[in-house]
Write a protein that binds this ligand. Structure first.
Ligand code: NAP
Length: 282
């Protein structure tokens, strides 16, 4: 039986025609969020937001390649996904190590022959005034947070161009369009990543590849454990966030599934903010 969503443009369905006797539309629409048969690489996926994103992509049917620097911990994480019936493997490399990264892509080619989704999630910061950072610290942070993301995107897009399809997703931050003293390099790198997202959207859009970002606000990941444990910081944070609390790490995942999925086929060059409303609050 053909089903129409209520009032869908181009149909003559009465606005309230759909009822409990016609449930088929829901699975049909939900299939647009399926990632079955796709291969995804998620960097920084041993813990935190990367892990939640990887878990969700796997839960939607993708084979997920988990990246991080600790091979044993990564393999255990991939194994835990497999035990839940998902498809996952591990690729241990430091995203700042270009030869190691390229070798991992070569292994991915040999094992899967394709790459549909890249989530460039690795990021880190030193919350210090610029004057207290030396050259090596500044360049190291820029390398890991920004330059590595450019190289990753180039490697991934090389595969996606051959396929004529793909999803590039970068994890930026609300600390990019917004600024705070004592965090200059992180904000610089994240603003740069947002620029990369837009530039690649323009460059690869004609080739069936979309490029988007996700800008998290404050999430209760291990990286923020000390702040989350501090009641004074928590109260300040809650007062600045309309939702009134830290984000739970799993709350990042829906945005990633959406941007990776066929449902987002016309979303290109966008940075989706997931921050409980912090960045729009007065
Ligand atoms: N949490 C937040 O509130 C928040 C807010 C805005 C933006 N973000 C962004 O979201 C992303 C994830 O944040 P998070 O809080 O989940 O971070 P996290 O808890 O520190 O996790 C970082 C992950 O990346 C891996 N990693 C670190 N450096 C790596 C490298 N050089 N190469 C490969 N893997 C590396 C770590 O595993 P190993 O140590 O095993 O390598 C770990 O799995 C970052 O880009 C961050 O800037 C987070």
């Amino acid at each position: 039986m053909t089903t129409h969503l209520p009032g869908a443009p181009g149909t003559d369905a009465p606005a309230l025609a759909q009822d409990a006797a016609q449930p088929a539309a829901a699975p049909a629409w939900l299939s647009r969020f399926s990632l079955a048969g796709q291969v995804a690489l998620v960097t920084g996926a041993r813990r935190g937001l990367g892990w939640e994103i990887a878990r969700a992509l796997a839960g939607c049917g993708a084979h997920v390649v988990l990246n991080g620097r600790e091979a044993h911990a990564l393999e255990a994480a991939a194994q835990s996904l497999r035990e839940q019936g998902a498809s996952a493997s591990a690729a241990a490399f430091d995203v700042g190590d270009a030869p190691a990264m390229r070798a991992a892509f070569a292994r991915l080619d040999a094992e899967h022959g394709r790459l549909d989704i890249l989530v460039n999630n690795v990021g880190g910061r030193l919350r210090q005034p610029l004057q207290s950072l030396d050259d090596a610290q500044i360049l190291g942070l820029l390398h890991t947070n920004l330059a590595a993301g450019v190289l990753l995107a180039r490697e991934a897009a090389q595969r996606m161009l051959k396929q004529g399809s793909g999803r590039l997703i970068a994890i930026t931050s609300i600390a990019g369009p917004q600024a705070r003293a004592g965090d200059a390099i992180y904000a610089t790198a994240k603003a740069g990543l947002a620029g990369l997202v837009r530039a690649l959207a323009a460059e690869y859009g004609p080739h069936g590849i979309t490029s988007n970002g996700i800008a998290p606000g404050g999430f209760a990941t291990e990286a923020n454990a000390a702040m989350v444990a501090d009641p004074a910081v928590g109260a300040h944070f809650a007062s600045r966030t309309p939702v009134g609390r830290w984000g739970r790490p799993e709350e990042i995942a829906g945005a990633a599934v959406f941007l990776a999925s066929p449902a987002a086929s016309y979303v290109n060059g966008h940075v989706l903010v997931v921050d409980g409303g912090m960045s729009i609050a007065m």
